[in-house]
Design a protein around this ligand. Structure first.
Ligand code: SAM
Length: 274
């Protein structure tokens, strides 16, 4: 295994002070990074897409685990330290300089499957996450998502019916995938520390229920949770056929969105997709 300098030395050598505009909160604890890289299971010889490698802390843990990493980073200053890392692990690391929101990820690996790992700023992470979970084609090319989120967002992803955290994000994350909180990460693990606690979310795809359009399910949850305190008869009023679907399915229109199970949302969308 190549001997690498401590991450703090890499940062200092390249003048890589964290920039707020790019949502940079770096991780330096190599034991923690190793644990995060182990969340998706063994990565030896597997393809990994890492988004936002920054100075390469998680990247080095992935390379040490034997992964073939393609990393997308938009901060030019990180290119030199990442190139050094690539030299230490010949043939294992490809770095793409650019905005991950504008790059077609699936095309990077041809027909091969890949795991996705990222520690990203909140807004970019959420936009990519919803993109990876949306769309009609399923199963996706990615085999798992291992992503750092603010703890509050992670709790919304895994939330169950009847909780305040249950909403569109939970249904999107759970109707054809299985999300779990793999570990909580204290704010003090980051440099600089963010204001709130974080958590690593791990998501694996499951079978897609038959006869349901992803777009229709999105329309149903958008309407239902758009007015989450209202009864379904009010919140779903504007969605053609929705009130009749509730009746067909025997779902009481006096219920509110957060009392429905993910399966009930799927069944409403199925009737409307027919
Ligand atoms: N992975 C490193 C770590 O864990 O220490 C850095 C994490 S830092 C929270 C987020 C990284 O994502 C930064 O290096 C930032 O420049 C990069 N980034 C932010 N927005 C991005 C985008 N749209 N596309 C690619 N990288 C982005």
């Amino acid at each position: 295994m190549p001997d690498l300098p401590p991450l703090r030395e890499v940062i200092n050598a390249h003048g890589l002070f964290a920039t707020k505009a790019l949502g940079q909160n770096f991780l330096f604890d190599e034991q923690l990074l190793k644990r995060i890289a182990a969340v998706p299971g063994t990565l030896r010889g597997k393809n990994v897409l890492e988004v936002g490698p920054g100075p390469g802390g998680l990247t080095r843990a992935l390379l040490r685990a034997g992964a073939k990493v393609t990393a997308i980073e938009m901060d030019k200053r990180c290119m030199a330290p990442l190139a050094e890392l690539g030299e230490a692990f010949p043939g294992q690391l490809t770095v793409i300089e650019g905005d991950a929101l504008k790059i077609d990820h699936a095309s990077l690996f041809g027909d091969e499957p890949y795991a996705i790992l990222a520690n990203l700023p909140y807004n970019v992470g959420t936009a990519l996450f919803t993109g990876w979970l949306s769309g009609e084609a399923w199963p996706p090319r990615w085999t798992s998502l291992t992503l750092m989120f603010q703890l509050e967002v992670a709790e919304r992803i895994v939330a169950g019916t009847d909780s305040d955290a249950f909403g569109r994000l939970a249904v999107l994350s759970q109707w054809r995938a299985k999300p779990k909180i793999a570990m909580k990460v204290h704010r003090s693990a980051f440099t600089p520390p963010p204001k709130v606690m974080s958590a690593i979310i791990h998501v694996t795809p499951e079978d897609m229920p038959e006869g349901v359009s992803a777009r229709m399910l999105e329309r149903v949850t958008e309407a239902a949770f758009g007015q989450r305190r209202k009864m379904l008869r009010q919140s779903l009023k504007g969605l053609p056929g929705a009130l009749a679907a509730l009746e067909t399915l025997g779902i009481d229109a006096a219920r509110r969105a957060e009392t429905l199970s993910v399966a009930e949302f799927v069944s409403i969308a199925r009737v409307l997709s027919a």
